[in-house]
Design a protein around this ligand. Structure first.
Ligand code: 6YU
Length: 512
């Protein structure tokens, strides 16, 4: 491929399009473009040997588990992931029911069926419910600051603590109960770190927290794995569109490149992969995660991104939430138990434990979901966010099993409890093509930054238009961090290209 000056002839059909990344955003964009007959010259370059990205189901424990996206958040008629799952017949009767779609939970996870403390006591569930109500009442209040020029404090965490400090003055319980309430609150702070995908709620911008929009419907899962959905989109694409094991290294833009197949035609973009393979294009839709964009900011684009776009990528938040699946031969929980909360006594949202991560990482675990029983084992799915989660990724399986055995012995109060038979965990922070779990609006950033990230390049209208388009969960202003946000962002960028050629065709027709 050569770089040259000069203008070429008309591009083939609606131009050559390259989609970078085969997660749900990239697959959604490719499917939308393929359904539009003008886009015959389409390539989707995926770095790994599979599609799905952060939608990832793995065989384990004699069944399948999802190590990435877990729920359809808000499964109801305006959720495109729900609609596609219906279309492909991937949901059960309960999930499809009208009743399920109408339930409003305001984005709050349900209460645990069991709450265990670090000294092996059952925490009173009425107390947990009261603390939960307090926490979510305060969290909902943060929405009042949306679009306000100034907020009383910069972050959601600081706001929650400021309000709590005032309310605590009126707590009338004995000291032990007050201390337990703080410990339960600490678990809710950690749970919210999992939901937001951040290390601390002190990092999440107060003014923009209300940007995130909730859809009605009781969150549901895919009994045959979330990846069934991305597999269905993948198989709907024409053969040869997806090319696996093609990690994109550099996206050259604002250039003029040729390709043998189209003699005399000049393309403004050249996508270069590790290993040197090159793909000229008129348009490239970039869908890699914000974590990858942050890491490769200085090398991925040639010429580099405009300063304002680069600053947005630096400012926006991208953190880690991981899952740890733990397999037991025998359950220590009752058959009807759905969620086990873990409360670390003497912890508090007001105290930042500065000990070495090695000694305290497990205190960030919020608890475990009880998965439906497998054929011959019982599996819990734990959640852990932040730097502790990133540290957990560095442990060997043996170290992790040993630490978790201690945790389970403590919370059950049974020093003889048999440890887990096996474990499986996600490592989203170390994953080279993800570098974390999902985005959040960080202090110093705002919802406008999300829209700025989504703006295509070049900004200059005299150069060929829509050379680089941006999709992926981090580019959706109201549904960032979710699969439906990612899918909608892919559709948005596909439509942007479709509209470009539709309006060009209209203008041609109008010419005398
Ligand atoms: C949702 C959910 N869920 C959990 C966890 C994670 C995420 N999300 P992708 O990254 O997918 O695709 C990009 C592709 O690009 C990828 O294939 C790369 O390989 C490729 N690529 C990268 N670099 C490249 C290069 N150089 N060249 C070529 N290709 C390249 N979302 O809706 N519901 O439940 C969760 C969750 C652990 C990690 C989630 C969830 C987020 C989604 O997964 C995510 O937004 C989209 O998949 C992103 O798609 P994309 O296409 O934009 O990017 C006690 C008790 C407990 C009670 N409950 C506890 C609640 C705890 C909270 N848990 C939440 C779980 C969540 C949120």
């Amino acid at each position: 491929m050569e770089k040259g000056g000069g203008k070429g002839g008309p591009p083939p059909a609606n131009g050559l399009v390259v989609v970078v990344g085969g997660g749900i955003a990239g697959l959604g964009a490719a499917q939308r473009l393929c359904r539009n007959l003008g886009f015959r010259n389409l390539r989707l370059l995926e770095a790994s040997d599979r599609c799905g990205g952060r939608v990832c189901s793995q065989p384990a424990f004699g069944g399948l588990v999802d190590i990435g996206a877990h729920w359809i958040h808000g499964p109801s008629k305006n959720n495109p992931v729900f609609q596609l799952a219906l279309e492909y017949g991937l949901l059960g009767e309960k999930e499809m029911s009208e009743e399920n779609q109408l339930i409003e939970v305001g984005g709050h996870p349900g209460l645990p069926s069991l709450s265990l403390s670090s000294s092996g006591k059952n925490v009173n569930l009425k107390l947990v419910e009261d603390v939960s109500n307090l926490f979510y009442t305060l969290l909902d209040q943060t929405r009042e600051f949306l679009h306000m020029a100034e907020t009383p404090v910069p972050s959601v965490g600081e706001y929650l603590k400021k309000e709590l400090a005032q309310l605590m003055a009126d707590w009338t319980e004995d000291e032990a109960t007050k201390s337990l309430k703080l410990s339960i609150l600490n678990t809710f702070f950690n749970l919210e770190c999992c939901v937001s995908g951040c290390h601390s709620m002190d990092l999440v911008a107060l003014g923009s927290f209300g940007e995130y929009a909730m859809l009605p419907g009781l969150d549901c899962t895919f009994s045959e794995g979330y990846e069934g959905l991305t597999n269905c989109i993948m198989t709907s694409l024409p053969k040869n569109v997806i090319q696996f094991n093609k990690p994109v290294k550099i996206i050259h833009w604002n250039g003029s490149y040729t390709q043998e197949k189209f003699p005399g035609v000049k393309f403004p973009v050249l996508v270069e992969c590790e290993g040197g393979e090159q793909f000229p294009a008129n348009h490239v839709i970039v869908t890699m995660s914000l974590g990858v964009l942050k890491e490769q900011l200085t090398t991925l684009f040639d010429p580099p991104l405009p300063h304002s776009k680069a600053e947005v990528i630096k400012r926006m938040g991208f953190g880690t939430n991981n899952k740890i699946f733990v397999e037991f031969e025998e359950p220590f929980w009752e058959a009807d138990c759905q969620q086990i909360q873990v409360v670390w006594e003497d912890s508090s949202p007001f105290v930042d434990d500065k000990s070495e991560l090695e000694n305290i990482w497990f205190k960030k675990l919020i608890g475990f979901l009880v998965l439906p029983p497998f054929e011959s084992s019982y599996v819990l799915c734990g959640f852990i966010a932040g730097l502790e989660s990133e540290y957990m990724e560095t442990l060997s399986d043996e170290e992790l099993i040993s630490s978790l055995t201690q945790v389970f012995r403590r919370i059950t109060g049974n020093p003889q409890l048999s440890g887990p038979r096996s474990i499986l965990r996600s490592k989203w922070h170390s994953a080279p093509y993800t570098r974390g779990s999902y985005s959040y609006v960080a202090v110093g950033s705002s919802g406008e930054d999300i829209d700025l990230l989504a703006q295509p390049l070049p900004e200059d209208s005299s150069a060929p238009q829509l050379q680089i388009l941006f999709a992926g969960e981090a580019t959706h202003r109201t549904y960032y961090s979710t699969t439906h946000g990612a899918l909608l962002s892919g559709w948005r960028e596909a439509d942007r290209l479709i509209n470009l050629y539709d309006s060009e065709a209209q203008q041609q027709k109008l010419k005398p």
